[in-house]
Structures are given as C-alpha cells and as structure tokens.
Design a protein around this ligand. Structure first.
Ligand code: HEC
Ligand code: HEC
Length: 366
C-alpha cells in the first residue's frame, strides 16, 4: 500500500510539474499590500510575580498573539484536521484535557497527562514532564509531528497555511513577511509561543488577593497555609513549598516525589528527566508542576494516577512509595483529617476562574 502510494505520488508530481496553473500557485504570493504596523504587547501580571522575560528575537505583539491564538485553536495543524493544540489544552481545564493520559489523532492513547499552560511563559528550565524542550518556540514544533498528538508533516501544514488568505494576512501583520514564503514553521512556532506567554494568572485568585491585601484567609485556609509553607512548630510541616514555591507554586525543577515504586534507578519504565540527560540518577524525576488552578486540572501527576486532590494529599501524608532517588522531603507528614482538610482549603484559594474564562484566551472562532 505504501509503495503504491509513493508511485501515485510520483505520477502526480510529474503531472504537476507540467501544469502551469499549479506552478503559479506554488510561487510565492506578494503580501506587501497588507499593512504591517505591529503593536508591542505589555503583559500585565500580579505584583508578586517575578520579572517577565521574553526572547529578544520574538517580542510579543498584539498581532503575533492573535495569530498564535488562531493557530492554537486551528485543526489545520493536525493530520486529518480533527485536532488542535486546544484539544488537549482546554481553557476550562486550566489548559489541560482532564484525561488521565492524552489522546492523539485517531484516538491513539499517549503515555502522559497533559500539562497546564497557566504562566508557562515564566518557566525557564525546560518544558514537558521530562524537560526535553528548551523553549516554547522549540516546544511548539513537536506536537505537530508527534504520532501520538497531531501526527501531521510540517511541509503539508505549511502548504495549507500558505494557501489560506486568513493566514497570509495574519502572518504579514505579525511578522512583516513580504510574501508567502515567510510562512514557515519557525514563524508558526513563534506566534504560538507568543500566545502561550500571554496565558497568565488574572490576579483574582483568593491567594493573590490576600498577597495584595485585598482579602483575608479563613481560619481553615490559614491553617493550610501554615502547613504548606512550614510556618509554625504547632502544626506538622507539609514541606510542599520547597518544590511548589511561591508565587508560581513551582520551583521549575525536576524531582522525584515518591510516585512510582522502584527499588533501583533501572526500574522506572518512564525514566522522565533521565531519558533526556542520560544520567541514571535522573531516572524517575519529573517537572514540578504549578499548583495554581489545581482543582480544575485533574487527574494529577505525569501519568494521571490520582483522580482527586484528596488522593494526592494522602500520597504525600503517607510519605509516598519507596522510589529510588525520591527526595528527602518526601516522608510521612503526620497530618490529621483536620490538617488534610485545611491543606485542601488552601489549595482551593489558588483557583483562578477568571483566567479560564478570559475572553482573550478562548477559541477565536467561537
Ligand atoms: C494529544 C494531546 C496534545 C496535543 C494535541 C497537544 N498537546 Fe501539549 N501536551 C500534551 C501532553 C500529554 C504534554 C506532556 C507531554 C510530555 O511530557 O511528554 C504536553 C505538554 C505541553 C507543554 C509543556 C508545558 C510545560 O509546563 O512544560 C506545552 C507548552 C504544550 N504542551 C503546548 C502545546 C501546543 C502549542 C500544542 C499545539 C501545537 C500542543 N501542546 C498540542 C498533550 C497535547
Ligand atoms: C520534593 C518536591 C515536592 C514536594 C515536597 C511536594 N511536591 Fe507536589 N509534586 C512534585 C513533583 C515532582 C510533581 C510531579 C510528579 C510527577 O508527575 O511525576 C508534583 C505533583 C503534585 C501535584 C499534581 C499536579 C498536577 O498538575 O498533576 C499536586 C496536587 C501536588 N504535587 C501537591 C503537593 C502538596 C500539597 C505538597 C505538600 C504536601 C507537595 N506537592 C509536596 C514535587 C513535590
């Protein structure tokens, strides 16, 4: 079947090369008549956030973000035009898919759980659970050709985009390209990265309001805060903040939180960071995810093994599994039912529903 496909492709392309009309369509279309007046975009973030840095060769503009948003939601990026980035990163799941592990085109199951894109522009230490991508620009290239995700070929995707009048206009407005040859995978990835960097906390979570002095925690939430941040000798230390550090609720590191039972470093079937660095001691380490909006992004962990936050808290309270290389902070915590409920109440103060319903983040096609 593959062979006959190649043969018919060969015949087809011979046919194309002697067909003037198609040759004209393939030559670049001039776009200089479309205005190019980029508007620099100033990202607004909660006061407590670190300084926002963006790559100097891909500064955010309103036009770039708009293009990225259209691409993010457009199934034009997938093999059979059935899926887009947003199929696995939905606003209502804080940009996850709420599945244990993601499903690619034709329903093929992946091996890992989708990750929240909230504040992803503040991550400086790699992307994916195993950190295999260094930048958002680099990351955005991968799902398109991943057989378990969009399963398409870049040349085919670029051809489709170059043919689209909508995208001719949007790539011109975003990047000032002079003709359709400027519609490239690099510019596609840049625009998607710009949109992703715009996905930031609204500052209206209860937690952020308390930090800004505009709200106060209830007694129960306050007890949860003290456990989470090891604030007082009267309550057990939860140790959470060492890894889920404020204000982003992640330290951007790769760690083993005692999830997978493993007596030796060789025992991890999904090696995580170790598969990327090649170091045995990195086997079983995964990216520390943010806990912002955590209530909305179940199931939890890289393999989606917990369905509820109660299960997650029990996992930590029990000191996790015996897992080679698990962090010293992962040890029985001695939390009572009251303490666990308090920790959960604190985690819910990280809810940011305005982030998920922000009109600027939704599907531009309605
Ligand atoms: C089939 C579902 C699926 C599709 C489609 C998909 N993703 Fe993902 N995404 C995932 C999964 C699963 C992970 C974690 C994968 C891993 O660690 O190996 C992930 C991880 C990411 C991350 C890393 C976040 C972090 O904190 O490190 C980013 C960024 C991202 N995806 C953006 C995109 C973009 C942009 C697209 C479209 C071009 C896209 N995704 C398409 C499922 C998907
Ligand atoms: C040693 C570092 C460390 C400590 C301490 C720690 N975590 Fe984690 N946490 C992680 C890592 C790493 C992951 C992702 C693990 C994976 O998927 O393999 C994670 C995942 C989670 C998740 C799931 C997030 C998601 O998007 O799926 C929740 C919820 C969570 N932690 C809450 C807590 C709470 C509450 C505490 C304190 C009781 C805590 N963590 C302590 C490192 C830590």
């Amino acid at each position: 079947m593959r062979l006959s496909f190649i043969i018919s492709l060969a015949i087809f392309s011979t046919f194309l090369s002697c067909n003037d009309e198609v040759v004209i369509e393939n030559s670049p279309i001039d776009l200089t008549h479309i205005p190019y007046t980029p508007t620099p975009f100033i990202l607004s973030v909660p006061d407590s956030f670190p300084i926002f840095e963006q790559p100097s060769d891909n500064l955010m503009t309103s036009e770039g973000i708009d293009l990225g948003r259209h691409l993010f939601y457009d199934p034009i990026l997938s093999k059979d035009s059935t899926m887009s980035c947003s199929s696995c990163h939905l606003p209502q799941g804080s940009f996850t898919d709420n599945l244990r592990v993601s499903q690619g085109v034709e329903g093929l199951p992946g091996t890992r759980s989708s990750m929240s894109l909230l504040n992803v522009g503040f991550h400086y230490n790699g992307f994916f659970w195993d950190g295999r991508s260094a930048s958002l620009e680099e990351q955005a290239l991968l799902p398109v050709e991943d057989p378990l995700e969009l399963n398409a070929e870049w040349p085919e995707v670029i051809t489709r985009l170059r043919r689209s009048e909508k995208y001719q206009e949007k790539f011109r407005s975003a990047f000032g390209i002079t003709n359709t040859n400027g519609i490239t995978r690099e510019n596609t990835a840049k625009a998607i990265a710009q949109f992703e960097r715009s996905l930031v906390s609204s500052g209206t979570s209860k937690y952020d309001k308390v930090l800004m002095g505009r709200a106060v925690f209830t007694d129960e939430e306050l007890m949860g805060v003290k456990i989470f941040f090891d604030r007082t000798p009267d309550l057990p230390d939860g140790e959470c903040f060492h890894c889920h550090s404020a204000p982003l609720l992640t330290n951007n590191e790769y760690m083993n939180n005692g999830l997978i039972p493993a007596e030796e470093f060789e025992d991890f079937t999904d090696k995580g960071l170790g598969a990327i660095t090649g170091l045995l001691i990195d086997n079983g380490k995964f990216k520390v995810p943010t806990l912002r909006n955590i209530e909305f992004s179940a199931p939890y962990m890289h393999n989606g093994q917990f369905n509820t936050l109660e299960e997650v808290i029990d996992h930590y309270n029990e000191g996790g599994k015996i897992s080679k290389g698990s962090d010293a902070l992962i040890q029985p915590l001695g939390l009572t039912e009251e303490h666990k409920a308090a920790l959960l109440a604190f985690l819910k103060t990280l809810n940011d529903e305005e982030f998920m319903t922000n009109p600027d983040y939704q599907d531009p096609n309605g």
